[in-house]
Unconditional design. Structure first.
Length: 437
């Protein structure tokens, strides 16, 4: 499973002044696999200390946080010789070892030659601000596999090369557009969790069997996430958090006009009313990386964060494949659909994922009185609107209202149509969301 974040890790390795690196992300997105792959390719030796597999390893960090002593004890614990000048040391599942996380500060200050990476899930949930060595580490976020990574992971590298080498301003050959469109619908079913993509890859010669097995793996992973919620949030909180998480795809599916709706607090958790009561379980899900939040603004001015209200937003799931699994959407429905309006929220969820995988930290959308733009992007050229159309019809009434009001330098329309351009608008197939970059 080739991941684009590998290049970021190589850049980190080659820095002259290198801080320890923390790879963050939801469970099952491939953090451990990526760090192992990176270590095997770039270092003569890799040493992994997994605090979930070996809970007693946390005691190494109890006496003090002196890197020299810690390294000596790790060597004894692993029964491996570690060369600080050349090797990579990985602290895996570091959320189970707060002192190990704090020790990264001292590795940076007293043993900067040692390449240290850490991986962890639920870091924002399990650990306090005091544990984080702010300013002494480099953070890198890992998302589910994006569409490009899915093409690589499913042995469609040639298709991806065609896409990358083709001009973003000229229509794609029709055979290529149709081929990628079909693969994109496969991605809507699988999503980007590496175990799911690998299952699809193994059985893709028989799509019926592949998609059945994909759904089986997704339901197993959903049980894992629910177990995580129960384990790490307390019995009462777990019930509220799980209900809220299940409510996100349910609300998306209830939309009538195809577009993802503003999140409604009523009935999200029985007996809870309003943002204040729901904010704690919602923050938990955000910190765990299980939902994506898009803030709604009514005025478009920089910074967009200054225009948002904390209680007006849309919520998407962090993985579009799990969205379909949670809503019990048959793979056949997604595979055979004409991509009509009633499934528009799935395309929006896909676009939200792609934007986050590009490194965009905050998502925004715009609502006018009778108009809506699904996403707004901060760029050097100003704020660019991105409208997501769920069918071939790309008459963008809302976009016209936005353009007349705010006069953006460019606009982007994502739909099922092939690439074409006008003076002010880029029309791209929705599968080319990464092409926006």
């Amino acid at each position: 499973m080739l991941r684009s974040r590998l290049s970021n890790l190589i850049q980190w390795k080659n820095k002259t002044e290198r801080k320890p690196l923390i790879l963050r992300g939801a469970r099952q997105v491939g953090k451990t696999y990526l760090l192992k792959e990176f270590g095997q390719k770039e270092f003569p030796n890799v040493h992994i200390l997994n605090f979930e597999e070996y809970p007693t390893a946390t005691k190494i960090f109890d006496k003090d946080l002196n890197p020299a002593r810690i390294l000596n004890e790790i060597q004894l614990f692993l029964d491996e010789l570690i060369h600080p000048e050349t090797d990579l040391l990985i602290f895996d599942e570091i959320q189970h070892a707060p002192n190990a996380l704090t020790s990264l500060k001292y590795f940076y200050e007293k043993m900067p030659q040692m390449a240290v990476c850490a991986a962890g899930s639920l870091l924002g949930v399990r650990l306090s601000g005091e544990s984080f060595p702010v300013g002494k580490v480099t953070f890198l976020d890992l998302c589910p596999m994006n569409f490009e990574e899915f093409l690589l992971g499913s042995e469609n590298e040639q298709v991806l090369n065609y896409l990358k080498n083709h001009s973003r301003t000229e229509p794609l050959p029709e055979w290529l557009h149709n081929r990628v469109w079909a693969l994109w619908k496969h991605y809507l079913i699988t999503g980007g969790l590496p175990e799911v993509v690998d299952t699809y890859r193994q059985f893709q010669d028989n799509l019926y069997l592949a998609f059945q097995k994909v759904r089986d793996v997704q339901h197993d992973l959903l049980d894992t996430y629910i177990a995580d919620i129960a384990k790490h949030s307390g019995k009462i909180n777990a019930m509220h958090i799980e209900r809220l998480w299940r409510n996100v795809p349910a609300q998306l599916a209830r939309t009538q006009d195809g577009s993802a709706p503003k999140f409604k607090f009523k009935d999200a958790i029985p007996g809870f009313r309003g943002y204040e009561q729901l904010s704690a379980p919602m923050n938990w899900l955000e910190k765990a990386g299980l939902i994506l939040k898009t803030s709604i603004v009514h005025t478009v001015e920089r910074p967009l964060s200054g225009q948002m209200a904390e209680n007006r937003f849309k919520l998407y799931l962090f993985d579009v494949g799990l969205l379909g699994a949670m809503n019990r959407l048959s793979p056949a429905v997604l595979y055979n659909m004409e991509f009509g309006r009633y499934k528009g929220y799935i395309a929006e969820n896909f676009v939200a994922q792609e934007l986050v995988s590009m490194g965009i930290k905050e998502l925004f959308c715009w609502e006018g009185r009778t108009s809506e733009i699904e996403f707004l992007l901060h760029t050097l050229q100003g704020i660019i609107p991105v409208e997501v159309k769920s069918g071939i019809n790309t008459k963008a009434k809302s976009l016209k209202v936005f353009e007349e009001r705010y006069h953006p330098g460019k606009s982007i329309v994502l739909s099922s149509r092939n690439v074409h351009m006008t003076e002010k608008r880029y029309y791209l197939p929705v599968y080319l969301t990464m092409g926006i970059e």
